[in-house]
Write a protein that binds this ligand. Sequence first.
Ligand code: IFM
Length: 764
Amino acid sequence: MRAVDWLLHEDEFNPSALGKCEAVMCLGNGYLGLRSATEERYIGERRGLFVAGTFNRFHESEVCELPNAADFLEMDIFLNDEKFNLQSGTVKSYSRTLNLSTGELCRKVEWVSPIGRGYTLDFFRVVSLCDLHTIAQKVCITPLDGNAELSLSTGINGQITNSGSQHFSEGAKRLYEKKYMQLVQTTVESNIDFVITTHCNFYGGEAESHIHMDRRKIFSVYTAAINKGECLTIEKITTVHTSRDKACENLGTEALQAHGLANLKKQSVGYDKLLVDSAAAWKAILWDNVPVTVESENPRDATALRFAQYHLQIMAPAHDPRMNIGAKGLSGEGYKGHTFWDTEVFALPYYIFTQPKTARSLEEYRYNSLPGAREKANLGGFKGAQFPWESAWLDDGEVTPLWGAADIVTGLPIPILTGQIEIHITCDVCYGIWQYYMATGDEDFMEKYGYEVIFETATFWESRLEEGDDGLLHINHVIGPDEYKDGIDDDAFTNYFARWNLYLAMEYYDKLSGTALLEKLKERLTLDRSGWQSKAEHVYVPAPREDGVIPQNSTFLILKDIDLSKYKAQKQVGSIYKDYNHDQIGQMQVCKQADVLLLLLLMEAAFTPEVKRANWNYYEPRTLHDSSLSLSTHCILAGDMGDYAEAYSLFERACNIDMGPNLNSSNDGIHAGSIGGIWQCAVLGFGGLRLVGDKIRIEPKLPESWRRLEFYAFLKGQKVRIEITKDKINLENTTRTGEVKLEINGIEHVLTDMLNIDNYSQPI
Ligand code: IFM
C-alpha cells in the first residue's frame, strides 16, 4: 500500500491483502463503520458493517459483541454472460484509492474477460459525514470491444455473520414502489432492529429489474444494454437505521421501516451531491478546522497524520454518550467492538485537544456506565465503582471473553484473566476525566459527571487495597499494562495510579467542601474522605532502586532473562508464543508493551530524567512491542530523553502498524489506540504539548527530518494555532475570548492573541 499526500493507494489487486485494505481503507462516520470490501466477492474477504452501540450476545456461552450487519455493497456483475471477477481473465490496470480528505473510496479497473472482451469498471463509494445513516455507491461500466449486455444483481444480504455467529433473526423483506428494497434484521438477544433500505438508479441507459427474495436476503437483478465505448452509470444509495438510534428508540419496527424509507428518499439526491456535501463536512470538521501540518523530508509523515485524523474521526461515536470507541474502531470484528483503556490513555488526548465535545461525550459514557462499574465492584466484594476491563453497552458490566488463542504446551485455549484482574482501567478512566478537565476547564461536566466518577473510583481503591506484613497497603494479584504477567503483586503502574486517584478525590472533595453539590453527592454516595486519606498515605509504591530502575512488580526483576533478539526482530507480533506458552513467558523478564515506561510518561513530573533513562535502558530491551499501544509511548519518551533519531524511528514504526507492509496485521480491524498514538507522537511528542500537573506546557522536540509542524489545540476553551520550527514557536489564540496560561521553556506566558518565541532551542 502506498501513502501519498492525501491518498492511500493499492496499485495491484492482491487477494492476500483483502483484509488489510478492507480495514485500513474502511469508511465510516462514528455512527457506522463499513469495511471496504469489493463489490464482487472473493475467498478470504471479511465484509463488515458495524453500527456503534448495537451490542448483542449471540449465546450465553459468548460475550456480547457488535454484530456484523447485512451487506449491501455486494454487486454480482455479468457482462455478456461473463462474471466480472479479478481472478479470472486479465487485469490490464488496477488501482484502489482512499482519499483521506473526502472520505471517498475509488477503484478503477481495466479488465479483459476470459473470452477476451475488454471493459473498464470504475467504482466509487462514500459514507456520508452529513447524514450519518447514508451510504452512496456509484459504478461506471464501459465496454471497450463491442456492445455489452449487463446483468447486475445487488440488494441487501443478511447472511453475513460474525465469524459464524449469526446475531440476527430474520425480519421483514419488502420492495416499496417497485424500486426501494428493505431488509429488517433484529438482534437475537438485545432485540435491536436494524432497517436497511436501498435502491439503484441507472444513468446512460435503461435497465429492467426483477426482484428476488431469499433467506435473509432481498435483491434485484437489473439488465441493461451498453453500447461499445459508452458508459453506463449505476448509483446505489442505502440508509441504515436501528432502534438503538436515539431518534428512533421508541418508534417500533414498522415506524422505523417507514423512517428508513423516508430518509432514503430524502437522501436520494445523487452520488455526486452526497459526496460533495460529505467532503465539505470533512473540511469543516477537520481539514479546515484542526489540521496537523507536517513539513518533513519524508512526505509520508504528513499522510500518516492525515490517516490518523481520518480514522480518529470515523471511529468515534460522537453522536451518542451511551457509546464509546472500540479497540478496532468500527472497522472489524476484532475485540468485538469493546472499549478498553485504549480510549482514555491513547485516543482521548486527540479529542480533548481537537474536538472537546467528542471527548466529553466519550467520558460521559464512562459516567453513564457507572451502574455496571458499581456492580462489578460489588460482585468482587468491593465498594465504589470498578470499571470493566472491556466494556460494551452501559449496563453490560464486564464483557471480557474468558478464553483466547491456543496454548502450545497444554493444547488448550489460553484463559484470559484481564477481565478479572487487569484493574488499572479504573484509574485510567479517572485519568481521562482529569485530563479532560485540565485541558478544557469544563466545570459543567465535572459537576454533572466528573467528580462522581473520581469519588467512586477512589472508593473502589480504598476498598481494594490490602494490608501487608510490612504495614503498608498493597494491590495484589493483578495484571499491569504488560499483559505478559498474570496475577502479580504491586504492579508499579497500578499502585502509583491508584494512589493518585485517591489523592485526586481528596483534592476535589476539599475543593467542593461547603458546596451544595458536595452535599447532594453525599446524599447519594458514601464519601469517606478520611478513609481515602488514611489509605492513600500508606499505599506502597515501588520507588526507583539505587540504579534508578523501578520494579515493574514485586517479582519482575528476579525473573530469568532470556535472549530476546529473535523476537525483537520479528515480522509478526506475538512470535514468542510459538516457542513458549503464557505461563512460561510469565516467568521471564519480557514485556509485551510499555508498562513502567508508560507510568514515567503519564506521571512525568514525578520522575527525574535519570530515572527515565535508567528505566528506558532496562525495560526497552526487554519489551517486544507485541501490543500496538507500545510504540507511541516509547517514541514520546525517547524524544523527552533527547534521542530524536530513536523517537523518529519509533514514530515510523507506529505509523506502519496499520499503514505499513504487513498484510495481515489489520485483518480484524485497525488499531484505534495506536492511531491515537500516531497523533500523540506528533503533537504531544514532537510538538511537546503536555498537561503536566495542572499546567499546559509546550516544549517542542522536532526530529531532524521535520522542518515545521503546525497544529491546533483547544486549551481552556480557546482554539490555539501552534506553529513550530526548529528555532521558533508561534502561537495564535484564534478564539480570543479568553486567555491561556502556558509554560514554554520553563517560562510562564499568558496567551491572549499572539505569542512569538524566536531563538527557541530544543531541549537537550
Ligand atoms: O488494551 C489493549 C491491551 O493493552 C493490549 N492488548 C490489546 C488491548 C486492546 O487494544
